[in-house]
Design a protein around this ligand. Structure first.
Ligand code: ZN
Length: 251
């Protein structure tokens, strides 16, 4: 089975459409949360995700926009975007987002895989460094965890003899590209497909991944998208302009 992994779309419709256009064929789409927040197309993106996937995990921005998370935990820019998103969402989409499940979530038929937004041990925790990853990697009974939240494509692994982090290395800064990772047996992984709509790893392109369960490979992808349309939409919505400008830098 080929599983499309989408995370941190953040209401960026242009980025989501570019990922879907660039994605190879897949059998199942899973979503690691933060469907909304920051971007200016929360209803369009929520509706698209509802049509696309069956397996979801809630993100902190999904919780914030639907009243499940105190906005005191957010910086002013994120809080402003959450309030705008809450006002913008249709009641149907708002209720759907509010009902998204807390991770870890399993994938039917694949007991070796689990899905989380933040850390397997804290749904809002950030797994940025190997130090953050080690505790879950050592204690997990599931060998493969897909996570999001940091907006950094790549991940971490631990075996009996080694533990480290990794990032896919791309050749260009503007083309559609993919990099494959062959999973090894007797190794545990925490893998982040990257952020579709608000990358923060210095690469402006939309990020996603595809997991081939038979070949045991994870294909990391980057897809250029219509940045200007996404930015124009953010500015037209009177969201903080930094949310538009930072898309160009991937920061
Ligand atoms: Zn996010």
């Amino acid at each position: 089975m080929r599983i499309l992994l989408l995370s941190d779309i953040h209401a960026n419709l242009e980025a989501l459409e570019a990922c879907l256009a660039a994605a190879p064929s897949f059998d199942l789409a899973v979503n690691l949360g933060d469907i909304v927040g920051y971007g200016a197309s929360p209803n369009e993106v929520t509706s698209r995700c509802r049509d696309l996937g069956k397996v979801f995990v809630r993100g902190n921005h999904d919780k914030a926009a639907t009243g499940l998370l105190d906005l005191d935990d957010f910086n002013p820019m994120a809080a402003a975007a959450a309030i705008w998103t809450r006002d913008e969402l249709t009641s149907e989409n708002l209720e759907w987002l509010r009902a998204l499940p807390q991770g870890p979530v399993s994938v039917e038929g694949f007991p070796e895989v689990q899905l989380v937004h933040g850390s397997p041990i804290d749904e809002d925790g950030y797994v940025v460094s190997l130090g953050d990853a080690l505790a879950p990697l050592i204690t997990l009974t599931v060998p493969l965890t897909f996570f999001g939240h940091t907006h950094l494509q790549g991940g971490f692994f631990a075996s009996a003899s080694a533990a480290d982090g990794f990032r896919p290395e791309y050749r260009s800064i503007g083309q559609a590209e993919s990099v494959a990772l062959q999973l090894k047996s007797d190794t545990r992984y925490l893998i982040n497909p990257g952020s579709v709509g608000q990358p923060r790893d210095g690469d402006w392109r939309a990020a996603f991944a595809l997991f081939d369960t038979e070949a045991q490979t994870v294909h990391f992808h980057r897809a250029p998208y219509n940045l200007k349309d996404a930015q124009d939409r953010i500015n037209a919505a009177n969201l903080p302009s930094r949310l538009a400008t930072r898309l160009a830098a991937g920061r």
